[in-house]
Design a binder for this molecule. Sequence first.
Ligand code: ADP
Length: 171
Amino acid sequence: MKPQIRIINADITTLSVEAIVNAANPTLYGGGGVDGAIHDAAGPNLLHACKNIRKSQYPQGLPTGQAVITPGFNLSAKHIIHTVGPVYHKDDLALLADCYRNSLKLAEDHNCKSIAFPSISTGAYGVPITQAVKIVKKVIDSFESQHIKEIILVLHTVNDLEIYLQTFKDG
Ligand code: ADP
């Protein structure tokens, strides 16, 4: 089936959804932007869980485009899916599509009915949101879900929200 798409202006850490996605960096140890906000809101057990993933699965760090899952700890969200977006002018932007695809797959594997995404790579990693949103739309338009009923695209500013709304409206 095709999930319902909602595009909203919010702080992703406040949402009551089954999974939120974190725009992480390869260390998985937290950072600035949405990553810092998620670690602050989820509490210190999130860092412990991320350190365990590093030790057991990714001692060199999580590769760009890949995704891993942890509990949500103190968040309302049940799960946090951590993915590493491409850095503008350094990495292949096709890896941004991998972030969304791999996150959706992990959410499906964990029977999530709802998932919320921030705008991955468009903060510190520098990808212009006008380019990123086209990639996001393409992935979501071709996505067929088993369990996910709702995908929420969360923008942190009204300006970003308007760019997303315009792009999704234009079809
Ligand atoms: P990246 O390093 O992948 O670029 P950033 O966290 O720097 O990640 O930025 C990604 C996007 O997340 C930016 O558009 C930024 O405005 C947005 N953002 C920052 N904090 C939050 C938040 N609490 N909720 C939702 N989006 C946020």
